[in-house]
Ligand binder design. Structure first.
Ligand SMILES: Nc1ncnc2c1ncn2[C@@H]1O[C@H](COP(=O)(O)OP(=O)(O)OP(=O)(O)O)[C@@H](O)[C@H]1O
Ligand SMILES: [Mg+2]
Length: 304
């Protein structure tokens, strides 16, 4: 019960010196000069190489970068699946190097992975969602409440008795998200969780994630190769060779197309078309998604 209370405790710390002023809220995630090498022997390459990064509670951060740039390693360092070779990672103030805190850290930072077929453990949806809460030893009634809450949050209540293997990819990923939600984490990390889905499945997952962020203030860290998905985040960071090389709003990042190209990244399609039209002389304000671009082109045509 003690660990439960700790996991659900508010992020704010009490004033250290007994004064009235509340201390600044603890960041959800803090990396201080973090390096990580899979190579035990010295002289190995660092998969994460000197990352300093602070993510506040309630942020929605997209993590971009070419294959092998260190995104998954960064994610695993957050939920203590990996521990830094150098530097320090804290999650709501808990140091991931402290093995005694691993349980609490994993409860507050849930991970959803890429393959929807590898993430179900039971043959009935509700049993699958119950797996996490059962594992942390919650009482039966509480598990029932958590299943209801989690399935409702991902819009899958009507499938509670279904067989996971018969669901669509998007539905399976929503069940995987529900399984994580049932632990009531404060941070949700999605490591290319939409990569194997069709456009409809991707949309379903993105809608759920956005809603959790906006309505519940859930901190979301979304690793993706889809630039369009990054546009839905409030902040985007670009990784390259284990380092964070760009950090800003998605619009700021995508306005720097030439720099992005050096990291093997492309623009969202609409932003690319917009840039080409601007270069061809069409008076257009910067647009990043299809809707903005269509509006811009229409306005430009009306002006003649
Ligand atoms: N288990 C491992 N053992 C050894 N090296 C690894 C291991 N996992 C990753 N690496 C290496 O660490 C570096 C970063 O890998 P990581 O998986 O973090 O990249 P990524 O950005 O997630 O790539 P992708 O987009 O392909 O998923 C790469 O050079 C990779 O080869
Ligand atoms: Mg990866």
């Amino acid at each position: 019960m003690e660990t439960e209370q700790l996991a659900n405790a508010p992020a704010e710390t009490l004033p250290q010196d007994g004064t009235e002023a509340p201390a600044a809220p603890l960041p959800a995630v803090c990396f201080e000069n973090v390096k990580y090498s899979y190579d035990e022997e010295e002289g190995g390459e660092f998969a994460v190489n000197g990352v300093s990064l602070t993510i506040a509670e309630g942020e929605f951060v997209a993590v971009l970068g070419r294959n092998g740039s260190g995104k998954s390693t960064l994610a695993k360092l957050i939920n203590a699946l990996l521990r830094p070779t150098e530097g320090k990672v804290t999650v709501f103030g808990l140091d991931t190097a402290d093995t005694k805190k691993a349980f609490d850290i994993r409860k507050s930072a849930g991970m959803v992975f890429q393959n929807p077929d590898n993430q179900t453990v039971a043959s009935v949806v509700e049993d699958d969602v119950a797996f996490g809460p059962e594992n942390i030893g919650l009482p039966r009634e509480e598990i029932g409440r958590r299943i209801e809450y989690a399935l409702d949050a991902v819009g899958m209540t009507q499938f509670r008795s279904a067989t996971p293997s018969r669901l669509s990819g998007g539905q399976k990923q929503r069940i995987a998200i529900a399984g994580v939600l049932a632990i009531q984490p404060k941070i949700m990390i999605l490591d290319e969780s939409t990569a194997m889905l069709d456009p409809k499945g991707r949309r379903e997952v993105m809608d759920v994630v956005k809603k959790l962020n906006r309505e519940q203030g859930m901190t979301v860290i979304l690793i993706t190769h889809f630039m369009e998905e990054a546009l839905e985040a409030g902040r985007a960071v670009v990784m390259h060779r284990g380092e964070i090389v760009m950090d800003g709003t998605p619009e700021e990042i995508f306005a720097r197309a030439d720099e992005l190209e050096t990291y093997n990244l492309t623009l969202p399609r609409a932003a690319y078309i917009c840039k080409r039209l601007q270069q061809a002389g069409m008076p257009l304000k910067n647009a990043f998604d299809a809707e903005e671009l269509a509006e811009g082109i229409c306005a430009s045509l009306q002006r003649g």
